[in-house]
Design a protein around this ligand. Sequence first.
Ligand SMILES: CC(C)(COP(=O)(O)OP(=O)(O)OC[C@H]1O[C@@H](n2cnc3c(N)ncnc32)[C@H](O)[C@@H]1OP(=O)(O)O)[C@@H](O)C(=O)NCCC(=O)NCCS
Length: 183
Amino acid sequence: MLQTQRLVLRPWAENDDKTLYRWASDPAVGPPAGWPPHKSTDESREVLRQILCRPESYAVCLRCDGVPIGSLSLHFSDVSDLARAEGECELGYWLARPFWGLGIMPEAAMELLRHAFEELGMERVWCGYYEGNERSRRVQEKCGFVPQWTTQDVDMPQMHEKRTGHVSVLTRQDWLARRAAEK
Ligand SMILES: CC(C)(COP(=O)(O)OP(=O)(O)OC[C@H]1O[C@@H](n2cnc3c(N)ncnc32)[C@H](O)[C@@H]1OP(=O)(O)O)[C@@H](O)C(=O)NCCC(=O)NCCS
């Protein structure tokens, strides 16, 4: 379990299915990240089993009530197209719409990045967003990610469309420099 001033990051559990469905059925949440809105609590339970209940995948919860309001995870080479080498992973996230604009995801992501670099010994964390997703671009900018390249016509099998994808990276060196500057 990881903690910040306002948040607890804890593993997802299968009985989070109703809460997950509540947020993930919102058409504003999944599609910008590349997945369709959930259609039933059964679908949410299946997503918990197959995708969310695994190591380094966290439910983002407010400290005051412990209920999940978003998701944040590190993906390794088994599931990530970006993190191909040893010591690399990819950051992914989404947040329930009522909580947007409060700086919650940057706060959660900075703690998971600390964990990735300081406790997991990562050298490089990748992150991406699709063209037009300014909110996600800002999260990456606030966390210190540096833009790398843009790819046209990225296939989105779950969305049945192609998009333009932007990729950025945060290196251990940049992370350490940022931490030193903060002190
Ligand atoms: C991307 C996302 C996680 C941002 O989380 P967040 O905690 O709201 O992040 P922030 O509070 O730092 O806000 C980021 C930007 O969103 C915009 N924003 C602010 N308030 C907003 C609101 N009420 N509604 C919509 N957007 C808002 C602002 O541009 C803000 O940047 P700023 O701080 O420079 O003003 C969230 O919007 C989300 O889950 N979106 C859908 C899923 C998604 O896109 N996931 C990422 C896939 S790459």
